[in-house]
Design a protein around this ligand. Sequence first.
Ligand SMILES: *Cc1c(COP(=O)(O)O)cnc(C)c1O
Length: 412
Amino acid sequence: MNTLTLDEARALDAGDPLRGFRDRFQLPEGVIYLDGNSLGALPKATPGRITEVVAQQWGGDLISSWNRHGWMNMPQKIGGLIAPLIGAKPNEVLATDSTSVNLYKLIAAALSLQHPRKVVLSEPGNFPTDLYVASGAVGMSADATLKTVPGDEIIDAIDEDVALVLLTHVHYKSGRMHDMAAITQAAHAKGALVLWDLSHSAGAVKVDLNGCDADLAVGCGYKYLNGGPGAPAFLYVAERLQERLQSPLTGWMGHAAPFEFGDDYAPAPGINRFLCGTPPILGLAALEVGLELFGEVDFKAITVKSQTLTTLFIDLIEARCGEHGFELVTPRDAAARGSHVSLAHREAYPICQALIERGVVGDFRAPDILRCGFTPLYTSYEDVWRAVDILSEIMETRAWDTDAYRARSAVT
Ligand SMILES: *Cc1c(COP(=O)(O)O)cnc(C)c1O
């Protein structure tokens, strides 16, 4: 495949069972968007849906919309749309809060359930918010600690002190995918729980939480799920744990009877206790549109395309940019990675800027990573071919080597 021509890439697109989905997204002319793993593209149906919710529901039906348009149940309803993408039952998932807040709720709940165990075990280089929130959560409990060991040493490090193992399933930088079943099983054998962050997995790779007997999970709504900037996130709690866990953020939406307005907190039965405040309806409405698209897809086709796109990219980079100092950071085994590929390069920052100026939007992750995300619903094989073609030209002409491309802005 590594000498694939543009015509051959186009032939792959012609045979792609997902090819019809690209046209369901608004993608600017001339842009090759390889950043859907950071901010998913806009579904064409989203603006109309938001307008309807704002103008007709909010504008017309006002407060009656909480009942009339089912606003109150949107976290559960949209959780139910996420459930099949992650191998969960509908009553195990809520669309709510941010990933960071959901991490806090589930880490604190797990620590409390697992008392007197006191260690949260994670890996160095996990996504920053995961480590920061874990450190904040252990700080609230007198003798709890956060311990990190390299990803491939996690299983050996699980002992009787570990309350919770906290891992990101597909690593945000390297793209490496953990073996969810093996780690979950090893943790259970030692009496520990596992919390999986699915931010770079949900909507891109097959996840089977129930099949792995997973305990807890969180994930992001604005990456592969295309819910829009700052979209509500999701959380998963296995049915068998729901009644035993208590959210530390005991807001009224997680109360057994919020509209009785009593003074004392009583947790709702089931997953609802992990709600906190009033659901953000406009954000949920946008996320719902992103998820409805997945309802039309055979998920197997997504996994296959993710693996084929990333393999094609790696092969083409090696064939056409092999001499330019890139180092592949992502696992070569397609089954051991997610849907993005990271290349380390000393000049990754200006190279990334030069790519963006030529319409190839990937992103830079400090200190030296050029990261390209491949979104099965709207990335084409031709996109991959053209992106590598443009990158090889930038490298051959050293077009990246300017002061303008080295200047950094706040969000990289
Ligand atoms: C994107 C991402 C987050 C985002 O958290 P927010 O609360 O939405 O800012 C968290 N964890 C991981 C692993 C991510 O990739």
